[in-house]
Write a protein that binds this ligand. Sequence first.
Ligand code: C5P
Length: 223
Amino acid sequence: PASGALAGRRVLVTSGPTHEPIDPVRVLANRSSGRQGHAIAAAAARAGAEVTLVSGPVALPDPAGVTTVHVESAREMLAAVEAAPPADVAVFAAAVADWRVAEDAVQKIKKGAGGPPVLTLVENPDILASVARRTEGRPELVVGFAAETENVLDNARAKLARKGCDLIVANDVSPGGGGVMGGARNTVHLVGSGGVESWETMTKEAVAEALVARFAAALRPRP
Ligand code: C5P
């Protein structure tokens, strides 16, 4: 049997961006690299957990010792999260697109006399909130991320309440904010019901190790 702080625990992690189709060749995307989420999945596996990683399109290799499920869109990510084994800890590090195109075109949209197309957007399902609000099979610890460019802590506190999760890992992704999307380092603030704890800037791997230690300490001990 595995040893380590998360031995015998199951961990679910979402990571990366989502790609929302516009037509067969175009997508709406965002700048998430998946580095922080993938580092958390890898660190949890090293700590002995059985890890399922649901990843949007990234340029990273699948982490060692992790079951990785590849998805493109938010709706595919939701379906993969729902199909994943029950988890003790669920970490939603993915930068899920808030909106998708209402109806993606079957054929490539062509330039033409009609002028530029107008895209109608609709809201995507909130994957984190759907898991945090489960009445059955809710993970003991549900962790969200909040990448913000302003009012980082206020936004994170509001998000904690709105989504019903146990902890928000907030980071400032404004230019010069310390945690630029795609970068190697991250400056995070842990926002929970007990208050805020700000960590020094670290590599995303070091943030992942420290978070995993936190998660292990937060779980009720097993008899
Ligand atoms: O609402 P916002 O996107 O700022 O919230 C960020 C947190 O919610 C992240 O943990 C992200 O993974 C999660 N989220 C989600 N599904 C969405 C939007 C965000 O799981 N549709």
